[in-house]
Design a protein around this ligand. Structure first.
Ligand code: NAP
Length: 281
């Protein structure tokens, strides 16, 4: 009889990491260092405001201080960059998160690039991206880091496996492709212009869905025994994978919600603590 697939429980992974972080934060506090994450919100998008609030709450649960910079919708690129540079210069701030998307009149890339590499805990700068691609110490963007953390926690093998990543965004598809490659997977990165997408997915041992389309990945695309990681988060708490349809085929799968999402926020906390630890040296 076929055994039921392993449910990759993001909450469990997140709790495990948070427990470790509490100890690391206490050690830092013994040295009078309080890890601090600064979040910047430009404008009044309610979803962005909720994400920023959730990140602040998550910080306080492990003893990280968070400060919230709220700027009006009409903020210019120059004003935003000035605010970021002030945080770069503030020794008590260890991580900076610019909530995106920012209003369309702002040059988002220029704003991201203003974040000091030492405080780029969300892996948004080009330098951070490059360091991640080289596999050297940096803070990768948090969702790719979460995907890798889940694979590590459940001891799922990566080396020699064929990983198919659907999506090539600079914050998700591309960095996770690089991270899987750095762990010796053979990686195929698919996108909206990929021909025969289903055929690529059918040959995958590991599937990462980062498409932004609800229930995009179909059950009959999945090779028997594949591991499926769903980074998607669409309205109504729906992932990019048709979870129910994939269950009969997979050996392991992340649900949505409670899969990649909770680990993503935890990676932001982990990076902030790491940035604080590095700052004392
Ligand atoms: P994105 O910037 O919109 O990128 C989507 C990618 O999917 C693009 O590379 C696009 O290809 C590709 N794509 C679109 N339609 C496709 C199709 N029909 N076939 C193949 N590829 C297709 O989105 P993102 O920011 O990477 O986010 C992806 C998903 O992850 C979303 O559901 C988002 O909500 C979720 N997300 C979750 C977290 C989390 O914490 N769990 C964090 C960030 C994002 P092109 O490049 O050719 O356009």
């Amino acid at each position: 009889m076929k055994s039921s697939p392993l449910l990759l429980d993001g909450n469990r992974v997140a709790i495990d990491i948070k427990n470790q972080l509490v100890g690391r934060v206490s050690k830092l506090k013994e040295r009078d260092i309080v890890p601090c994450l600064a979040t910047i919100l430009v404008g009044e998008d309610p979803a962005s405001a909720t994400y920023v609030r959730m990140k602040g709450n998550a910080c306080s649960r492990v003893g990280i201080r968070s400060i919230r910079i709220e700027l009006p919708e009409e903020t210019t690129t120059e004003e935003l960059i000035r605010a970021i540079k002030q945080l770069n210069d503030d020794q008590s701030v260890h991580g900076i998160l610019l909530q995106h998307p920012v209003p369309s009149h702002i040059d988002e890339r220029a704003a991201f690039e203003a974040i000091s590499i030492d405080k780029d805990v969300d892996g948004v700068t080009m330098q951070g991206f490059a360091q991640n691609a080289f596999g050297i110490a940096a803070f990768p963007s948090c969702t790719p880091a979460a995907i890798m953390e889940i694979l590590k926690y459940y001891e799922l093998p990566i080396a020699g496996k064929h990983a198919v990543v659907i999506g090539r965004s600079p914050i998700l598809g591309k960095p996770v492709s690089a991270m899987l490659l750095n762990k010796d997977a053979t990686v195929t990165t698919c996108h909206s212009r990929t021909s025969n997408l289903e055929q690529h997915v059918r040959s995958a041992d590991i599937v990462v869905a980062a498409v932004g389309k609800p229930k995009f990945v179909q059950g009959d695309w999945i090779k028997p025994g594949a591991v499926v990681l769903d980074a998607g988060y669409n309205p109504g708490n729906v992932g990019d994978v048709d979870f129910e349809a994939c269950i009969p085929h997979v050996s392991a799968i992340t649900p949505v919600p409670a899969g990649v999402g909770p680990v993503t926020i935890t990676m932001l906390l982990k990076h902030t603590v790491e940035a604080a630890e590095r700052s004392k040296r």
